[in-house]
Design a protein around this ligand. Structure first.
Ligand SMILES: Nc1nc2c(c(=O)[nH]1)N[C@H]1C(S)=C(S)[C@@H](COP(=O)(O)OP(=O)(O)OC[C@H]3O[C@@H](n4cnc5c(=O)[nH]c(N)nc54)[C@H](O)[C@@H]3O)O[C@H]1N2
Ligand SMILES: Nc1nc2c(c(=O)[nH]1)N[C@H]1C(S)=C(S)[C@@H](COP(=O)(O)OP(=O)(O)OC[C@H]3O[C@@H](n4cnc5c(=O)[nH]c(N)nc54)[C@H](O)[C@@H]3O)O[C@H]1N2
Ligand SMILES: [Mo]
Length: 780
């Protein structure tokens, strides 16, 4: 398998959506051997009677567009419903040492896993194993472990039903070690919003887009990572509502959009300009920007007051609904513009221009993604956005509120049904009463904690419900080495990935049904449920034949492990749950009545049913009973790294050719880079300053002196429209550069968007072909 580093840069002039996305979908379907019959599937995606897309978690409307899918969702569907499969014969042909040399793309591209596998050390191969044998052996192993030395990780895709069973398995086993992908993602949201608004999720629903007068858009790449939201943004823009964007990189999808589902737009090539202001701040500069915006709001308020005009600050709201305003006001007034400009990389005038739009608008939405959460001060970025919104009462009224755009399709729902390492967030007393066992009360391990335990060789077993843990976490080199010493790894998965070929000493790979597949159990075909990014629950029905008759569903696999591991408990009928998922939903409704009452009756509500959200009704479930203003500690985005004149700040990004560690292709249609992901996006000014040219190959080394060498070699320079001093590279290829300790202080989200690095020129030029630079085209 190739490790080709040839890269071709070409004009990326097309808008998001448009013909590019249509041909992209066609390519994905063809490559995955998806037949025409199956492509009709896409019409059922995100429909009230269909299946919930396995790509992102953006809201699913009650009155969907005829084609409520996007190119990213279509690719994810093609990837899961592919007719390519791998069975025992594939693993007979390849040792795991050999497979380690394969690229992420090539591993997953082999197709769907079909048989349960057990690692055989003598031959260095995965060999087939009977399901019951696998469960019995895993159960026996886990029974022999210390209860706090086992981790139950979840990637955010499994249904509410599976997730509920999984958290119960962990707690009945005896720990709260339930880290999940949100620990690397929106945990900064969960912590920051819980603290300030009393609810760990966003307050905004689709309806708010109809009523908003302004959107502030921080660090989220809508065109790639949640493209269905472009429909809402396009509608918003058709009402001439301003969208003010903050992103170091000029993202195509945030510049303009052609709706591929509108024949007229496709024929005329009409583009909707998305962002009305686009501010390319320094990575990590968001808290400083928001501080500057707050300063401007205060200045405008002072001026209005002096003239006897209507106040800019919503004093009535602040008095009735908030706490901590005076201290925050003092900090804002004391903040220094020179520092704000320095840390944000933006001139004061630009920040003031953004704030003036904000101050004029009636109802404002704050939308954000990983650009805020994946920093040392990730939680503070979130609470600064809350501060800014609270100043003008932009919370809990139509068209206003905060909108974190979540990642995995059920990552928010997993938390709702109890997947959390924080015991205070789980209904432990209720579980005790319902199932008659003593739930553990000790704090469990987060993702970063789990990594630390693995590095110290303290962990005895790791169970992964989906995901690609070692590839997604920081500190790749040390983690891969330590992972091999892990006594047991068990992975429940649909596709082969790096975390399967780099495995524990004993290892099992258990293949499961995907959500798009028909799930037949004793009582008939089953449906499952998920929660979207706006807190609406939806039913989802599998529609295609399973990739193989040997696959088990995720509930069946969790039940299989549970029965083999736990002492029998007459109050938990694992088999009954697997036979009929409506009984799992009844159990969920019993545990969480306020959210899930009448769950089975309500699960097919068009547009979903929403969980109660106090903050959206101006009910604040915080300690003070009010929404909290938070005074920031300091504004710097990366206070603990080395800094210095030679240091560049790296932020890691996704392409449209990937879903997290799943690499669909080595192309990045939106940024015009084809054939390789081993590239670095760099400002022309920096390229010149370093004496480099497009196509030069460089190495990066992390700028720390903690005794660990972290480097990535073989990165080709691509000129791009990023601020001087900042560079962008792809996740997960750049993960070896992130120290494990480099994470958000209160949420432990790895700070993947601000890594200080030193660049070393290593060699040959000319690996990049194509005469245009993406930079110039992005300005079009
Ligand atoms: N097709 C596709 N869809 C996906 C995924 C995927 O990989 N592929 N992943 C899913 C998952 S799990 C998640 S969490 C979401 C992720 O979706 P996003 O939240 O969009 O995450 P990223 O693409 O990592 O980065 C978002 C943006 O942050 C910008 N940025 C970087 N640093 C900063 C900064 O300091 N400040 C600001 N303001 N911006 C910054 C980057 O330029 C980038 O445009 O998408 C989900 N959807
Ligand atoms: N540097 C850097 N690192 C990051 C990020 C970043 O922006 N930069 N982003 C972080 C974020 S936001 C996240 S969410 C994490 C993602 O971390 P993970 O969620 O752990 O990783 P994924 O790549 O989403 O997992 C892909 C695998 O899931 C399995 N899978 C797919 N569908 C199913 C299914 O239906 N059931 C089961 N059981 N398995 C399935 C397949 O085997 C596939 O190989 O990475 C984080 N790491
Ligand atoms: Mo994520």
């Amino acid at each position: 398998m190739s490790n080709e580093t040839k890269v071709h840069v070409e004009p990326a002039t097309m808008p998001a959506g448009g013909w590019g996305s249509v041909s992209d979908v066609a390519n994905a379907l063809t490559h995955q051997h998806v037949t025409l019959k199956d492509t009709r599937l896409l019409l059922k995606q995100n429909k009230p009677d269909g299946y919930a897309c396995v790509s992102c978690s953006w809201a699913k409307p009650a009155n969907p567009h005829p084609f409520e899918f996007c190119s990213s969702g279509a690719k994810a569907t093609a990837w899961e419903t592919t007719s390519k499969t791998i069975g025992a014969d594939f693993f007979e042909r390849h040792t795991l040492t050999e497979l380690e040399g394969w690229s992420d793309h090539d591993l997953e591209d082999q197709g769907r896993l079909t048989v349960p596998l057990r690692y055989d050390a003598a031959s260095d191969k995965y060999r087939p194993v009977e399901w019951d044998t696998a469960f019995a052996e895993i159960g026996a192993f886990l029974r022999g472990c210390e209860r706090d030395k086992v981790v139950f990780y979840a990637s955010g895709r499994a249904s509410l039903e599976t997730s509920y069973m999984y958290q119960l398995l962990a707690r009945m086993y005896g720990n709260n070690n339930l880290p999940d992908s949100s620990n690397m993602c929106h945990e900064s949201t969960s912590v920051g919003l819980q603290k300030t608004l009393g609810v760990g999720v966003g307050t905004v629903g689709l309806n708010d887009f109809k009523h908003t007068d302004c959107i502030l858009f921080f660090g989220q790449n809508v065109g790639v990572n949640s493209p269905r939201m472009l429909h809402q943004l396009q509608e918003v823009r058709s009402r001439d509502v301003p969208i003010v964007t903050f992103n170091p990189l000029r993202e195509r999808g945030l510049v303009s959009f052609t709706n591929p589902q509108s024949p007229l737009e496709m024929l005329t090539g009409k583009e909707t300009a998305i962002s009305t202001q686009y501010h390319q701040l320094r990575p990590g500069g968001d808290s400083a920007v928001m501080m500057g915006m707050c300063k401007t709001v205060f200045a405008l308020d002072d001026a209005a007051r002096a003239k006897g005009e209507q106040r800019v600050i919503d004093t009535a709201f602040i008095m009735e609904h908030t706490h901590g305003f005076e201290e925050f006001e003092r900090a804002v007034r004391a903040a220094d513009w020179a520092e704000i400009e320095h840390l944000s990389g933006l001139p004061r005038a630009d920040i003031e221009a953004a704030a003036e739009v904000y101050a004029r608008a009636g109802a404002v939405l704050g939308v954000y993604g990983m650009g805020l959460t994946q920093h040392r001060n990730g939680v503070q970025n979130v609470t600064m956005l809350v501060n800014l919104l609270l100043l003008r009462g932009n919370m809990g009224r139509p068209g206003a509120g905060i909108c974190p755009v979540r990642g995995h399709s059920n990552v928010q729902g997993q938390r709702t049904v109890g997947i959390t390492e924080k015991p205070e967030l789980a209904p432990l007393d209720k579980l005790k009463e319902q199932y008659g066992f003593e739930p553990p009360r000790e704090e469990g391990l987060t993702t970063v904690d789990a990594c630390e335990a693995i590095l110290k060789h303290e962990l005895q077993a790791f169970i992964g419900l989906g995901g690609n843990f070692v590839r997604a976490v920081p500190e790749t080199r040390l983690m891969e080495a330590a992972w091999r010493q892990l006594p047991l790894s068990v992975q429940v998965a649909t596709k082969l990935n790096r975390n399967h070929v780099i495995h524990g000493k004993a290892a099992y790979l258990l293949p499961c049904l995907g959500r798009i597949e028909i799930d037949r159990q004793r009582s008939g075909e089953q449906a499952v449920t998920i929660e979207d990014s706006t807190s609406y629950m939806h039913g989802s029905r599998g529609m295609t034949e399973p990739a193989a008759p040997t696959l088990l569903s995720e509930p069946a696999i969790v039940a299989g492990i549970a029965k083999a591991t736990l002492d029998p408990n007459p109050k938990v009928d694992w088999d009954g749950w697997v036979a009929d998922y409506s009984t799992i939903r009844s159990a969920i409704a019993e545990t969480f009545p306020a959210i899930f009452h009448d769950f089975n009756e309500r699960m097919w509500t068009p547009g979903g049913f929403r969980k109660p959200l106090g903050a959206a009704e101006r009910v604040w479930n915080t300690d003070s009973g009010k929404a909290e203003f938070t005074t920031p500690e300091q504004l710097a985005g990366n206070p603990d790294m080395q800094g210095g004149p030679d240091v560049l700040r790296l932020f890691t990004i996704r392409s449209d050719g990937q879903f997290n560690t799943t690499i669909y292709s080595h192309d990045d249609r939106f940024r015009g880079v084809n054939g390789s992901r081993m590239v670095l996006f760099m400002a022309p000014r920096d390229i010149e300053r370093h004496g480099l040219a497009q196509g030069d190959v460089v190495s990066l080394r992390t700028a720390t002196d903690d005794g660990v060498e972290r480097r990535v070699d073989g990165l080709a320079i691509v000129p791009y429209d990023v601020p001087a001093g900042a560079i962008a590279g792809y996740y997960p290829e750049c993960n070896p550069l992130i120290p494990l300790w480099h994470h958000a202080k209160e949420s432990k989200v790895p700070a993947a968007k601000s890594i200080d690095v030193i660049l070393e020129r290593t060699g040959r030029t000319g690996a990049v072909t194509g005469e245009t630079t993406a930079t110039l085209n992005q300005r079009a």
